[in-house]
Design a protein around this ligand. Structure first.
Ligand code: C2O
Ligand code: CU
Length: 478
């Protein structure tokens, strides 16, 4: 054979020079398909001491961190998950996922202190499923994150969750296996833990561009349960939603399941409900009122007769200043760890795919910081967003209190949250007590973002997990 001409040689060399680094970055971005959450990324001790006790063999396995194993549940529900077609009243048929043949699934209502037992069965969802109790600080083994606290439940399989409904409030549940797909297509429901029954639920969900309230499309009506109604609004979508009340002033009673201290009357303002978040309003309902849900045709009218309707008010309630301060029950000055959760974005590969990908402290999933804590510590975290998009940040198993936004200290009621809307260029400082041992994911609740790697976890020293991301159970929490 004749040697290749010089020009061809140059072309080959040039191709290799360009492709070799590309191949290197591509290869390096591949996410292993069998990965322990304990070994991904790197340990971040937040300026505190590293583990004092041993990590592996001798630790507490997450499977031991269960709710009460014995005792008769006050609320016992069996949920059968299916892949099937279902009806959106007011709109028509859609393909997706149901629980007991409906989406949203059955509304679970418990009284504070009740033992709740949910038996989840997977009839025919090929990818497997789990259920996560969004906003309820359950014991770790009940948290329902595939690959972290359990294996995904395969078709024909089942899983029992048991926990005590300790804190009254508005919550919701959803799958945490391939959640960016499964939640969007309907695998979610409402969980209310109540002290008083005079309430109305407005769970908002968008099925394939169709925004619904309690699974129904268009103007929907409910009876007023009394002269004053607590309206529990739940945003189960991926983006923030402004809500407001046409026809009456209102108060903001609670955020993410925690009551506001001394709420004041609000008139002509909207309030933002973070993706994943909940806002409870108190609304006078002697006359019909309309709850505006992000604009568009779907609204909820409480009471009979005509309810006024209007556009979204221009002003918004700011939770940084709303209500009246009271002691937090923790001293942020005594924090022993302070973490940074800085969200960025950069071009490159993620799992072999080129694109613009999220980073946490400059690292890309799975090479992200694992936030390491000891039980009992006070922890601060600074969440900074420089990524060009809004991120609703959600830490499992804990509620955090907002200390400041963009350096401005919180001056209203303590703002306890589990789903915090962090806009581009915003910085929030939050604090919490590490009082619930386990391995807890901490992710963006715009679920496609989480699936694109905007997820890491808080890990208690001394807790171990045998569950794996990927692996034989094919766990894919996001
Ligand atoms: Cu609504 Cu990781 O959760
Ligand atoms: Cu996000």
């Amino acid at each position: 054979m004749r040697p290749p001409p010089r020009r061809a040689l140059i072309a080959i060399v040039a191709t290799v020079v360009v492709l070799a680094p590309l191949a290197f970055f591509w290869q390096r971005s591949l996410v292993p398909n069998d990965l322990s959450p304990m070994q991904m990324g790197y340990a971040d001790h937040g300026g505190g001491p590293a583990a004092t006790h041993q990590h592996h063999a001798t630790g507490t396995d997450v499977r031991q961190l269960t709710g009460p194993a014995t005792g008769k549940p006050a609320v016992a529900v069996e949920l059968v998950a299916r892949k099937e077609r279902f009806d959106i009243p007011g709109r028509g048929q859609t393909d997706g996922y149901t629980l007991n043949h409906t989406s949203p699934g059955p509304r679970i209502v418990a009284r504070q202190g009740d033992l709740v037992e949910i038996t989840l069965r997977n009839e025919n969802i090929p990818e497997g499923i789990t259920l996560h109790w969004h906003g309820v600080d359950v014991p770790n083994a009940e948290d329902g994150v595939a690959g972290v606290t359990q294996d995904a439940v395969r078709p024909g399989g089942s899983h029992v969750y048991r926990f005590v409904a300790e804190d009254a409030g508005t919550y919701w549940y959803h799958s945490h296996q391939v959640s960016h797909e499964q939640v969007r297509k309907g695998l979610y429901g409402v969980l209310v833990i109540q002290p008083t029954p005079a309430d109305v639920v407005a769970a908002v969900h968008t099925y394939d561009k169709v925004r619904t309230v309690n699974g129904e499309y268009g103007e929907r009506r409910v009876k007023a349960p009394g002269p004053v109604t607590r309206v529990r609004v739940i945003n189960t979508d991926n983006g923030p939603m402004a809500i407001w009340v046409d026809g009456a002033p209102y108060q903001v009673l609670a955020v993410d399941g925690t009551d506001i201290n001394a709420p004041t009357q609000v008139e002509n303002k909207a309030i933002l409900v973070t993706a994943g978040g909940r806002i409870d309003l108190e609304v006078p309902t002697r006359q019909a009122v309309r709850i505006g849900l992000g604009g568009g045709p779907t609204t909820l009218v409480i009471g009979d007769g005509d309810a006024p309707s209007g556009p979204e008010p221009g002003e918004r309630v700011d939770l940084l200043t709303y209500g009246t301060p009271k002691p937090l029950g923790l001293d942020p000055a005594k924090a022993t760890r302070s973490f940074r959760y800085e969200i960025g974005r950069r071009p490159g590969f993620f799992d072999g795919k080129p694109g613009l990908w999220w980073t946490i402290n400059g690292h890309q999933f799975p090479d992200v910081p694992m936030f390491m804590v000891n039980e009992g510590e006070v922890v601060r975290m600074t969440i900074k967003n420089g990524s060009g998009q809004v991120h609703p940040m959600h830490l499992h198993g804990h509620h955090v209190v907002v200390l400041s936004r963009n350096g401005v200290p919180a001056s209203g009621s303590p703002w306890w949250t589990d789903s915090l809307n962090v806009e581009d260029k915003e910085t929030y400082e939050v604090a919490f007590v590490a009082d619930n041992p386990g391995i807890w994911v901490d992710h963006c609740h715009n679920l496609p973002h989480a699936a694109e790697g905007l997820i890491t976890h808080l890990m208690y020293n001394g807790v171990t997990t045998g569950f794996r991301l990927g692996g034989a159970a094919d766990n894919q929490p996001e």
